[in-house]
Structure formats: structure tokens, C-alpha cells
Design a protein around this ligand. Structure first.
Ligand SMILES: Cc1cc2nc3c(=O)[nH]c(=O)nc-3n(C[C@H](O)[C@H](O)[C@H](O)COP(=O)(O)OP(=O)(O)OC[C@H]3O[C@@H](n4cnc5c(N)ncnc54)[C@H](O)[C@@H]3O)c2cc1C
Length: 415
């Protein structure tokens, strides 16, 4: 145990809980300030993949033309609301500029390191008996409808093999034998063995309980308003329920980070990337493996306790209102790949906001303007997967220790 520090974490998503976990392990007294309930943000209804093999960033060569083509064909899972919002337009242009081979290779290398680090830490974390969350280590099936796409994935797989993350190709008969819940009209699949899955809202509930038993204090429905600052040191955070003092502060406010960082003069290029999910009871013919439905860019996740369809990406601001046209795309997509695509009853229809950076890398850094603030956001499509690595890096930063992996790719000054 190290010397006691009082730490306040703003934001009770999976990143906030992971930071709390490693800080408490180190001996810190930790309080989480959350505007809604713990785990009510993006960390609630996501697809639950611990997608450790996902080293290839979203901004890769051909990504923009591919999406324009799919938009014109009406098959794109992406929707960008027409806007004059200069921040969103600038974000989109910078994303497009990153879709080149060199930045893609560098980002993959950098992502690999934090993915591998998070894998090891999750291995230890999920050994804790108190963290019940329907966790399984079965890998993922990436399923294809189109023979050409199935063949073309060989190129992606060759790239993954350079990181020792190669998948196994399964011809149609092989995959139907392994996963009989898939429709006979599919072309085939690639199986990764490096990825795991769990039920995110169960993880959030059991992790919260575990940490509260270890001394975590939680202030829910306590929206942070602003900071009180003396020189370059934050002394207090003001919330709708009063003010709190601490030695160190962590900003883990996900997609809302540009708003909570504004007072500090920080311009964080994080855009909310809205995604949807539908959670049901298990269908009669339920898959054994989580499936990524390649052409639809969506995920089917089975658990012993239920079944979820999730995906789509909308750049339309901060509203989490459900758009039923987008939700029905998930059902339509699953219908094309699964024999029994839906279970009854539907338990929850949900939308959440992913914190997206234009280079698809998280932001994990000391604030450049305050000496006792660490910022941890921008985890995009992989916040659950990268939670443990992020929590550990943040804890090392709070204790002025050198993190165990290279943190240069996550610095704020890259923007
Ligand atoms: C449909 C979908 C599927 C996904 N699937 C996966 C997956 O399979 N695997 C994976 O790894 N990732 C997945 N993700 C991404 C993942 O959900 C996110 O990256 C992750 O949840 C981000 O965690 P977070 O803690 O940063 O943000 P959040 O969970 O959004 O938490 C941020 C918290 O900060 C709080 N907050 C904001 N402002 C304030 C304020 N002023 N005061 C106090 N509190 C505040 C919010 O209320 C919120 O609770 C998916 C996302 C979506 C939408």
C-alpha cells in the first residue's frame, strides 16, 4: 500500500470504475461523481466484446470511399446528420486525412500495446469471484454473406498475423457445424480465439459492488458544474449537490469530455458516436459464439442470461433518443445471418454515445493546464476492452510513476 491520496473521478462509466479499481488497490480514497447513475452511459448497453484482436483502427485506407459507396447503396451502418457544426466538420475531415497506410500502421502498433496490456489485466480482474458478468472466452466469429469479402479478409488476416493475432478461416460447412444458429445462406467465417465477451451491465453492477466494499464512495445524480482552481491546482469540484475537495482529479466523462474540459481551456476533439442495441431473452436457436456480421458492421452477443444485437454509428450530437428506423436495421441485419434472429420478450432498446477521436486512439494524459488532473476519454468502439489498461495507466500517473507501456500515442498534445 502506498500513501493515502484523496482522488475524485468525474464520470462513472467503465473507465471511471477501472480507474477507481487500481487507485483503491494502491491505497487511495476514491469518490466518483456521476451526473446520472453509475454505468448509465455508453458502458451500459454495449456489445460486451473484449475485442483484444481489434488492432486495426477505424481510420484505415479506403474507409471513407467504402462508406460513401455503402451510403449511396443505402446499406451503410453510418449516419452523419447534416450540420454546420464546425467542430464536427473539422473532426470528419481530420478522420478522412488519417485514412492512409502510414498512420494506420502506426496506430495498429500503438493499439496493439494497450490491447495486450489490457488483456493481461482483465485476466487478473475477471479471476475475482465477486465479478459475476456472464464472462466467456470463446473468441468471435466474423461472419460473411459475400464470398468475395470472405476471401478479401485474407489480406486483413495476413496483417493480423504480423501481430500473432491471426484468425482461422472456416468454410460454410465448417462454420455451420460449429455455429448451427447461422443461416445456411452465409458464405463462411473467420474465427478469432483471442477475444472474450461478457455482459457489460452485469460487470458494471458487480464491479461497483466490489469497489464499494473496498471503500469507494459514489455520488450519483451529482452533475459536475465546474472546478475551483488555485494557480494551476484544482482544489474542488462543484456539483449540483455541493462541492468536494481532493488531492487529484480524473476526468472520465466519455463523450461529454469536451464539455467538462471546456472551463480548463482544453479543446478535446471527441465526438459522440451514437450506437444502438436491442437486448432480448435468448432466441430458441441461440448462438454459442459472439458474431460480428461483417457486411452489416453489427454484433450479435449471446450470454447465458440473454442476447443482444448492437451496432450502427451516428454522428448527430448528444441526444440518445431512439430512432426506430436505425433500431430496425439491427433486426433486419441479423435476419440475413441468423436462423432465429430475435428472442422474446425484448428487454431493452437502447442508444449510447461512444467517445470518438478522429485518430481512433484514446486520450490518457495529464492535463496540460492543471497539475493534478488526469484525463481519460476517447476510447471509441473499445472502451470496455481498454478499461483495465487505462485504469492502470491513470493510477500510475496519479502516483507519479512511469506507466508500464508507452503512453506517447495517447497524449493530448497530438491534436
Ligand atoms: C452500441 C455500442 C456497442 C459497443 N460495443 C462495445 C464492445 O463490444 N466492446 C467495447 O470495448 N466497447 C464497445 N462500445 C464502446 C464502449 O461502450 C465505450 O467506449 C465505453 O463505454 C466508454 O466508457 P466511458 O466510461 O468513457 O464512457 P461512459 O460509459 O459514457 O461514461 C461516462 C460517464 O460520465 C458521466 N458524465 C458526463 N458528464 C458528466 C458531468 N458533467 N458530471 C458528472 N458525470 C458526467 C456520464 O453520465 C457517464 O456515465 C460500444 C458502444 C456502443 C454505443
Amino acid at each position: 500500500m502506498e500513501s493515502n491520496k484523496n482522488v475524485i473521478i468525474i464520470g462513472g462509466g467503465v473507465i471511471g470504475l477501472a480507474c477507481a479499481h487500481y487507485l483503491i488497490e494502491k491505497g487511495a480514497s476514491v469518490r466518483i461523481i456521476e451526473k446520472d447513475g453509475i454505468g448509465d452511459g455508453a458502458s451500459h448497453g454495449n456489445c460486451g466484446l473484449l475485442y483484444f484482436s481489434d488492432v486495426i483502427p477505424l481510420c484505415s485506407p479506403g474507409a471513407v470511399t467504402h462508406e460513401i459507396h455503402r451510403t449511396l447503396c443505402g446499406t451503410s451502418p453510418l449516419y452523419i446528420k447534416p450540420t454546420l457544426d464546425t467542430k464536427r466538420l473539422s473532426w470528419l475531415l481530420k478522420f478522412a486525412a488519417k485514412c492512409r497506410s502510414r498512420p494506420m500502421h502506426q496506430a495498429a502498433k500503438d493499439k496493439y500495446e494497450i490491447l495486450a496490456y489490457s488483456t493481461d489485466l482483465f485476466e487478473q480482474l475477471l479471476d475475482l469471484e465477486t465479478l459475476g458478468c456472464d464472462f466467456e472466452k470463446k473468441g468471435i466469429l466474423t461472419v460473411f454473406k459475400n464470398e468475395k469479402n470472405l476471401d478479401k479478409f485474407t489480406e486483413t488476416n495476413n496483417f493480423l498475423r504480423t501481430y500473432n493475432l491471426g484468425y482461422t478461416r472456416l468454410e460454410k460447412n465448417q462454420v455451420l457445424e460449429m455455429e448451427p444458429s447461422l443461416a445456411p445462406s452465409i458464405a463462411g467465417a473467420w474465427h478469432s480465439t483471442f477475444d472474450w465477451h461478457l455482459r457489460p451491465e452485469l460487470l458494471m453492477a458487480s464491479w461497483r459492488k466490489h469497489l464499494v466494499q473496498k471503500g469507494l464512495i459514489i455520488e450519483e445524480h451529482s452533475k459536475m458544474l465546474d472546478f475551483e482552481i488555485s494557480g494551476s491546482t484544482i482544489t474542488h469540484v462543484n456539483t449540483v449537490k455541493g462541492k468536494f475537495a481532493a488531492d487529484a482529479f480524473i476526468m472520465a466523462t466519455g463523450a461529454w469530455a469536451p464539455r467538462t474540459a471546456k472551463q480548463l481551456g482544453l479543446n478535446l476533439p471527441v465526438q459522440p458516436g451514437k450506437g444502438y442495441s436491442i437486448t432480448m431473452e435468448r432466441p430458441e436457436v441461440c448462438p454459442e459464439f459472439p458474431c460480428v456480421l461483417y457486411e452489416k458492421n453489427m454484433v450479435v452477443t449471446p450470454w447465458t442470461s440473454g442476447y443482444r444485437l448492437g451496432g450502427t454509428m451516428e454522428f448527430s450530437g448528444y441526444s440518445t433518443t431512439l430512432n426506430y428506423k436505425r433500431l430496425s436495421k439491427l433486426i433486419n441485419g441479423a435476419t440475413q445471418y441468423m436462423r432465429d434472429p430475435t428472442g422474446t420478450p425484448v428487454i431493452e432498446e437502447w442508444a449510447g454515445l461512444r467517445p470518438m477521436t478522429y485518430d481512433d486512439m484514446p486520450i490518457i494524459d495529464q492535463s496540460p493546464t492543471q497539475n493534478n488532473l488526469v484525463i481519460a476519454t476517447g476510447h471509441g468502439m473499445l472502451g470496455l476492452t481498454l478499461a483495465t489498461g487505462t485504469g492502470k495507466i491513470v493510477t500510475d500517473m496519479v502516483y507519479n510513476q512511469t506507466p508500464e507501456i508507452n503512453i506517447h500515442p495517447f497524449r493530448i498534445s497530438r491534436f
